[in-house]
Design a protein around this ligand. Structure first.
Ligand code: ATP
Ligand code: MG
Length: 315
């Protein structure tokens, strides 16, 4: 684990966080329940869990986009009350203005914060160089490949030098080879400024390759099931670390924890168990039919060894 994880005040702290939503039919849906999680300054934390378990909701709470129904969300020891400029957010879909050049897109953040145009453009050129896009400043986003657009998104986010970086399946739309290249680039860029990171992914290989720790969430209502320290040395090469014996051992341990949650989630979406635990108001006894043992196996299965395939994807 990273040395910084011993710092006294966590960069991010969720204590007993519960998030409920009103449903259109008037019921109450509990998306998160009693979730406890901390991320130290400079720590890279990956979060995995089955679809619908509350990963994106967790990021919304940390960012201040949503307020929790109960519990505490703290950034550097202070309660989150609104959107915080120290937080950078990178989503699955691109956030670039399609009518603006790459350079203007990357300069937009500093410009918004009141940085003079000349300085913002100079900083944007610098970040485009760091992400390997020198020479593409005048392109429009649609004139770039998917991998290049992800590099633009990294530059757009990191130019603001966030102390806290929230990433919600940022690379899931990329092909496997491009994804590994961009993952390596992310690690290199993260080393430059060392924000605390919460990286949500369905790809367990990606989580282990990138992170200092991997948090496994339960099927909804989501709560922390297990936390695994990833004691693989840095700097890491994402393409190669998957063949390290320690990586394979970690993969098997974490997948064993995740597997039951994935199967339960699969059973729910297959209509066997409609999530009786989560629906507080609208559940019926018939909804509670399935047990983990009854659940059909998901499309995913425990591999003998991690491969570049998408075996670990738990959609
Ligand atoms: N505004 C909302 N109103 C009602 N229910 C919501 C709302 N936002 C999220 N939910 C529900 O809360 C649960 C958690 O949603 P969330 O998007 O956090 O899941 P997730 O773990 O990110 O899923 P995925 O892996 O598919 O992205 C889901 O069942 C979702 O339907
Ligand atoms: Mg999500």
């Amino acid at each position: 684990m990273n040395a910084t994880t011993t710092d006294a005040v966590p960069a991010i702290e969720l204590r007993g966080v519960t998030q409920r939503f009103r449903t259109p039919s008037g019921g109450v849906y509990t998306a998160l329940r009693d979730l406890d999680m901390t991320v130290a300054p400079g720590e890279f934390c990956a979060v995995v869990g089955p679809t619908g378990c509350g990963k994106s909701t967790t990021l919304s709470l940390i960012s201040g986009l949503k307020a929790a129904s109960a519990g505490r969300t703290l950034l550097h020891g202070e309660p989150v009350t609104s959107l915080d400029r120290r937080v950078g957010f990178m989503f699955q879909t691109d956030a670039a203005f399609p009518w603006r050049t790459v350079l203007d897109n990357v300069a937009a953040g500093p410009r918004f914060r009141g940085v003079p145009r000349r300085d913002a453009v100079a900083a944007a050129r610098d970040w485009l160089r760091r992400v390997g896009l020198s020479g593409f400043e005048d392109r429009l986003p649609h004139q770039l490949s998917g991998g290049m657009r992800k590099r633009v998104a990294l530059a757009q986010t990191l130019i603001n030098e966030p102390e806290i970086l929230l990433m919600d399946e940022p690379f899931s739309a990329l092909d496997v080879q491009t994804r590994q290249i961009v993952q390596d680039e992310l690690l290199g860029l993260w080393e430059l400024t060392r924000p605390a990171v919460v990286f949500v992914t369905h790809d367990l290989e990606e989580a282990i390759a990138l992170a200092d720790k991997v948090v496994v969430l339960t099927v909804g209502p989501g709560t922390v099931k297990d936390t695994f320290a990833i004691d693989l040395p840095r700097p890491r090469r994402v393409q190669e670390i998957r063949f390290d014996a320690r990586f394979v051992a970690l993969y098997e341990r974490i997948w064993t924890s995740l597997r039951d949650e994935v199967r339960l989630a699969y059973a729910r979406t297959a209509g066997v168990d409609k999530g009786a635990g989560a629906m507080d108001a609208a559940a019926t006894p018939a909804d509670a039919a399935a047990t983990p043992a009854d659940a059909p196996a998901p499309a995913t299965s425990l591999p003998q060894a991690p491969t570049p395939s998408d075996d670990a994807e738990v959609h």
